[in-house]
Design a protein around this ligand. Structure first.
Ligand code: AMP
Ligand code: GLY
Length: 426
């Protein structure tokens, strides 16, 4: 079949790589893709938010199946638009994608279904938000309610920092309309884990666990980013904990979405804080995580396209997901300055040398071609991902590969997977 993948980040490079291995995939198109996805199919110059352009292309090319990677086109209703035109698509409907697209909606679903999460209050008025924050004596987290590319969250220990964050979002409108409403919530402590699951409206097939590294700096310091690296599995999530997560979080949200008449189909991503009082939801995402997808899909042995088709058709119960037991580590190489301002167009060297190392795959994120060379074109540039015999081996391999790659201003965290390794030693 002819498959179109929508998106162009590191996550999409990993998805394209897996889809291209499927025996069912005759040809893969990627809109807009990146130089990495171009190795597995045809990149098509259509933006991932150009819904009409994507539909027209699918009709002209007689595309059989569309896989939507990023949250923006999902929240804009791309899956509904394609399905209405008779084109099969993987991903949640516009209504179901609000679980990520609107944090206030997500909190309502959690409250209605007794799903453990941080205590929260939503605001549309800055003065009210300011008064509420000033009345708190613990750390608070201030979040723009809409989509802000993972940067709309400010974790603050001091009320004065939280008030400043609310001002930036609500008064200075640094995230535009995404900051019309703000969610202020209690600051939770613990380790984080990303739980990704395929959901077909009824059946939930949980993927292998992973842990993201959101802050820009080593030791989880500095502002949040889209994610600076990830590893899989996250040993902190034991089987017992996973059973609890499925029972107390995933099943209730899938049931709740059905009762809401917004049934959930696609990838459901629960970002959790594993607190002393049990796992609590930080956020739901309506898609694969980036960079979690890179280390997680590297371990998937089953046919990704078959699974996605089963999700679309509501027969996920027929699937049996097979995983490589070896751990994976993904280190994100970013442009200097990210998540603030950064320059683009820096020539990237050493990708093929890095991939000469056995077990290493370099996923492109913010890259493009210029004068026959691969150059930087975004904040997160590459996801250097490795699979080895142990977590320590995979980590060492990923960093050995990173050392072979260079571009001006390249920045990466040096402690990806360190938390899991420290735990093992104890
Ligand atoms: P979100 O996009 O809501 O997952 O938030 C991004 C990141 O901010 C999370 O991965 C956490 O690192 C942090 N965060 C969000 N909410 C909280 C919270 N209530 N307590 C502590 N950290 C949080
Ligand atoms: N890595 C976090 C996310 O994809 O939202």
């Amino acid at each position: 079949m002819k498959v179109l993948l929508v998106g162009g980040g590191g996550r999409e490079h990993a998805i394209a790589w897996k889809l291209s291995k499927s025996k069912l995939c005759k040809h893969l198109y990627i809109a807009p893709g990146n130089p990495g996805t171009g190795e597995y199919g045809t990149n098509v110059d259509i933006s991932d938010t150009d819904l009409d352009g994507i539909l027209k292309y699918c009709q002209n090319k007689r595309i059989d199946f569309v896989v939507v990677g990023p949250e923006d086109p999902l929240a804009m209703g791309l899956v509904d638009k394609l399905e209405d035109a008779g084109i099969k698509a993987f991903g949640p409907s516009e209504a179901a994608a609000q679980l990520e697209g609107d944090k206030v909606f997500a909190k309502e679903v959690m409250r209605a279904n007794n799903i453990p999460t941080a205590e929260t209050k939503a605001f549309t008025d800055y003065e009210e938000a300011k008064m509420y924050i000033a009345s708190r004596d613990t750390g608070v987290v201030v979040k723009a309610a809409g989509l802000a590319k993972g940067k709309g969250v400010f974790v603050c220990d001091e009320p004065s920092d939280a008030i400043l964050a609310a001002e930036k979002i609500m008064v200075n409108r640094i995230f535009g309309d995404a900051g019309d409403r703000v969610v202020v919530e209690e600051k939770l402590t613990g380790q984080e884990a990303s739980i990704l699951a395929f959901v077909d409206g009824r059946t939930i097939a949980v993927m292998e666990t992973s842990q993201d590294h959101k802050p820009i700096g080593d030791g989880d310091t500095g502002p949040n980013t889209g994610g600076m690296g990830a590893y899989s599995p996250a040993p902190v999530v034991t089987q017992r904990l996973m059973d609890q997560i499925v029972r107390d979080i995933l099943l209730p949200v899938v049931d709740g979405m059905n009762r809401n008449e917004t049934p959930y189909k696609g990838v459901l991503y629960a970002g959790l804080m594993l607190t002393a009082g049990g796992p609590k939801v930080l956020e739901f995402n309506c898609r694969f995580g980036d960079p979690e997808t890179q280390p997680v899909l590297m371990r998937l042995q089953s046919d990704l396209l078959e699974i996605m088709l089963a999700v679309r058709d509501g027969r996920l119960n027929e699937m049996d997901l097979k995983w490589d037991s070896r751990p994976t580590v993904c280190v994100v190489m970013a442009s200097g300055g990210y998540p603030g301002d950064y320059e683009k167009g820096k020539v990237i060297k050493g990708i093929s040398e890095a991939e000469e190392l056995e077990g290493v795959k370099v996923f492109h994120a913010g890259t493009t071609h210029k004068d026959g060379k691969v150059v930087t074109n975004g904040g997160r540039v590459l996801g250097v991902t490795a699979i080895g015999g142990s977590l320590a081996e995979s980590q060492a391999l990923a960093y050995e590969a990173v050392e072979r790659i260079s571009f001006e201003g390249a920045y990466w965290r040096t402690d990806i997977a360190a938390k899991a390794l420290a735990k093992k030693v104890k």
